[in-house]
Design a protein around this ligand. Structure first.
Ligand SMILES: Nc1ncnc2c1ncn2[C@@H]1O[C@H](COP(=O)(O)OP(=O)(O)OP(=O)(O)O)[C@@H](O)[C@H]1O
Length: 283
C-alpha cells in the first residue's frame, strides 16, 4: 500500500506471524460528501504502545470510534481480539467493551459521582454480583494504580486538578482489567511536567499489566518517550506505521513539517537526555 508521497508503506500490514490484536482493512468512513477514511488499513500488535498521529480532522477519533463500535463504518473490516467490531450481535459488542478501557480526551467522568463511584460504574455493569465492599476495594486499587492518593476516591471530579481527573479517568478505564487501552489525547491540557509524569505512568502500567495501548496524540514528547510504533494518518489512510526513527524519514509533507519542526527537535533532545540518564542509572 503506497501513497504518492510514501516510500515507506504501511509495512506491517499482512506481515506473517505478528500477534495482531486489532486488524483494520479497507476502512471507509464518510459524512455526507466528506470522505474521512478511504480504504484505510492498520494492524495493532499485542503488547505495543501505538501512537496515532495526523493533522487535525484526519480522522483519528473517527477511527477510534469505529474500532470501539461507537460508529458503524461505511465499509471495511475491523477485528478486535478476533471479534468483528461491526457485528450487530450485542453479546459480541459486550465482549469487546469488556476487554477495552477508554480514556476520552475530557476524562468523561460523571460529575455528580465521586471518583470511586465513577470507577465502580463498569464494575457494577459487568460484576453486579460482587458485594459493595469488594467493589470499593477494587476501585481503590485502580485509583492507587493510577497514581492518585487514596483519599481521592471520595472526591468529586470538580475537586480534582486536570491531571488528577485524567488519572481518575484512567482508573475507570482500567476497572475491568482490560488487555486493550485506548487513550485520546491523554496529555492535552497538562503542563510539561504533568504530561511527562502521565507518560511514565502509561509506560509503567503497560509493562506491568501487559497492556496494548492505542494512543491518539499530538504530543511529540509522548511519541518519543513511550511509543513503540507510530501510525500516521494522512490522505484518508494510514500512510506509515513504523518505529519513530523510520517515520521521521518518511517523504511526506505533513510528516516532514511535523517531525522536523522546532518542537520535534526539542522532543528529540529530551529523549536523548532521558536515554543518557537511563544508561547512567543502569551503569
Ligand atoms: N458525527 C460527525 N458528523 C459529521 N462529521 C463528522 C462527525 N464526526 C467527525 N466528523 C468529521 O470527520 C473528520 C475527522 O474527525 P476526527 O474528530 O476523527 O478528527 P481528528 O483527526 O481526531 O482531529 P483532531 O486532531 O482535531 O481531534 C472531521 O472533519 C470532522 O468534522
Amino acid at each position: 500500500m503506497t501513497t504518492p508521497h510514501s516510500p515507506l508503506p504501511n509495512p506491517d500490514v499482512g506481515a506473517e506471524g505478528d500477534d495482531v490484536i486489532i486488524r483494520i482493512r479497507g476502512l471507509v468512513n464518510q459524512f455526507g460528501e466528506q470522505r474521512v477514511h478511504d480504504g484505510l488499513d492498520l494492524d495493532v500488535r499485542r503488547g505495543e504502545i501505538l501512537g496515532v498521529v495526523g493533522g487535525s480532522g484526519t480522522g483519528k477519533s473517527v477511527m477510534m470510534r469505529s474500532i470501539l463500535g461507537l460508529r458503524r463504518p461505511d465499509a471495511g473490516e475491523i477485528e478486535v481480539l478476533g471479534i468483528d467490531a461491526r457485528s450487530p450481535d450485542p453479546r459480541l459488542r459486550r465482549e469487546i467493551e469488556r476487554n477495552t478501557g477508554v480514556l476520552f480526551q475530557d476524562g468523561a467522568l460523571f460529575s455528580s459521582l465521586t471518583v470511586g463511584e465513577n470507577v465502580q460504574v463498569p464494575l457494577k455493569e459487568y460484576h453486579g454480583e460482587l458485594p459493595d465492599s469488594l467493589r470499593y476495594e477494587l476501585a481503590l486499587l485502580k485509583v492507587k494504580l493510577s497514581g492518585l492518593p487514596a483519599d481521592a476516591i471520595d472526591k468529586l471530579p470538580s475537586q480534582l486538578s486536570g491531571g488528577m481527573r485524567k488519572r481518575a479517568g484512567l482508573a475507570r478505564a482500567l476497572a475491568l482489567d482490560p488487555p486493550l487501552l485506548f487513550l485520546d489525547e491523554p496529555t492535552a491540557g497538562l503542563d510539561p511536567i504533568g504530561a511527562a509524569a502521565f507518560d511514565r505512568l502509561i509506560r509503567t502500567l503497560q509493562q506491568a499489566l501487559g497492556l496494548t495501548v492505542f494512543l491518539i496524540t499530538h504530543d511529540l514528547d509522548t511519541l518519543y518517550a513511550i511509543c513503540d510504533r507510530i501510525a500516521v494518518l494522512a490522505d484518508k489512510k494510514v500512510v506509515a506505521c513504523a518505529p519513530i526513527e523510520d517515520v521521521e524519514r518518511l517523504d511526506h509533507p505533513w510528516v516532514q513539517e511535523y517531525f522536523h519542526g522546532p518542537r520535534a527537535r526539542a522532543a528529540q533532545v529530551t529523549r536523548a537526555r532521558n536515554l543518557r540518564d537511563a544508561d547512567a542509572a543502569g551503569a
